[in-house]
Structures are given as C-alpha cells and as structure tokens.
Design a protein around this ligand. Structure first.
Ligand SMILES: O=c1ccn([C@H]2C[C@H](O)[C@@H](COP(=O)(O)OP(=O)(O)OP(=O)(O)O)O2)c(=O)[nH]1
Length: 170
C-alpha cells in the first residue's frame, strides 16, 4: 500500500463561505453545527479502494435535480498522485447518481489554493425510473480513489494552481 495522502477539514471560515454560496441564507449557528459534524472520508473495509465521502446535510433529490455539496474536506497528497471522485456504486445503480463533471479530478496542487483546496461535489439524480434520492447527513454519497499518474519525458509544466474549475485558463 502507498501511504501518500491525508484528509483534512477546511477551516470554519472557508466552509461558511462556500456553504453560503450553495445554500444561501443558512443561519451561522446551523453552518457551524454542520461543520462540527463533518465526517472524514474513510474506507469501509481493508480491501476497499474508495474513500467514502459522507454527506454533510440531509437532502432529497428529485429526478433531474442537481445539488452542489461543499464537502468540508481537503486532500493533501504527494506529487504524482491524483484523487479521483466517483459516485458510490450503489447510488449509481439505483438512481444513476452522476457527478456533473462525470469524474472529479482533485489535483495535488489544489490543496494550496486560496480556497484551501475545498473539495466540491456537484451531483445529479439522473434516474430514468423516477426514483427520488433521499440521503441523511452522514450517509456516503461519493467515493474518492488515489491514483498515481505519469508525465511525458518532455513535460515542462511549471505553473502554480490557485483554485479550480477552469482556473488554469483564466
Ligand atoms: O468534482 C470536483 C472536481 C474538481 N475540483 C477541484 C479540484 C481540482 O484540482 C480543481 C480543478 O479541477 P480540474 O482540473 O478537473 O478542472 P479544470 O476545469 O480542468 O480546471 P483547471 O484549469 O482549474 O485545472 O477543482 C473539485 O473540488 N471537485
């Protein structure tokens, strides 16, 4: 096993900012309680590849609907590794739960961004059978897998990331 990463919580200040961006008008004390109860991602078994990410809130997602979840989590990892995010298989099977970006790519240098490398999850219930997804706070909804990658022999990338979602072409 390669022990190359560590999950952390983002700061309360960063969490409040990103939470209010998704859920405008949430009272401060509610955001603080959500923050305190954030569960760190964990593997279910010794042989599991995926770290389950747990929902910080209870929510219902009708077919066709989307939600952006600030996870409260940042991932520190060695260079040469990437954290890939996927829906939990069970929810994919039942509800065709999708990440809007199909697979979430968390770069190792996202960790030092101004937003602390706060991992966001945008998910959609893509059920074709009209199934309504209901999750409680603390339920796993997504899994993250650390993967090692290579680069080309003539690679000269030297830029420094700050942020995500198109940040490197801004
Ligand atoms: O589901 C996701 C996917 C990405 N990110 C963050 C981490 C990642 O390091 C950063 C940029 O993601 P990516 O490289 O996939 O985005 P891009 O559209 O190629 O933009 P960039 O130019 O910032 O690389 O956004 C998330 O928080 N959640």
């Amino acid at each position: 096993m390669f022990k190359i990463a560590q999950f952390h919580k983002v700061s309360l200040e960063q969490f409040e900012k990103d939470w209010k961006d998704s859920f405008l008008g949430t009272p401060d004390e509610v955001v603080r309680k959500v923050y305190e109860e954030i569960r760190m991602p964990a593997r279910a078994t010794r042989g599991s590849a995926g770290y389950d990410f747990y929902s910080p809130l209870e929510f219902t997602l009708e077919p066709g609907k989307t939600i952006k979840i600030p996870t409260g989590i940042r991932a520190e990892m060695e260079e040469g590794w990437v954290l890939k995010l996927y829906p939990r298989s069970g929810l994919g099977f039942k509800y065709r739960l999708q990440l809007n970006n199909t697979v979430g790519i968390i770069d190792s240098d996202y960790f030092n961004s101004d937003n602390e490398g706060h991992i966001m999850a945008k998910i959609t219930n893509d059920s074709k059978e009209n199934k309504v997804l209901q999750l409680k706070a603390g339920d796993g909804f997504m899994q993250g897998i650390f993967v090692q990658f290579g680069i080309t022999v003539d690679d000269e990338a030297e830029g420094v990331r700050n942020g995500g979602f198109g940040s490197t072409s801004r």
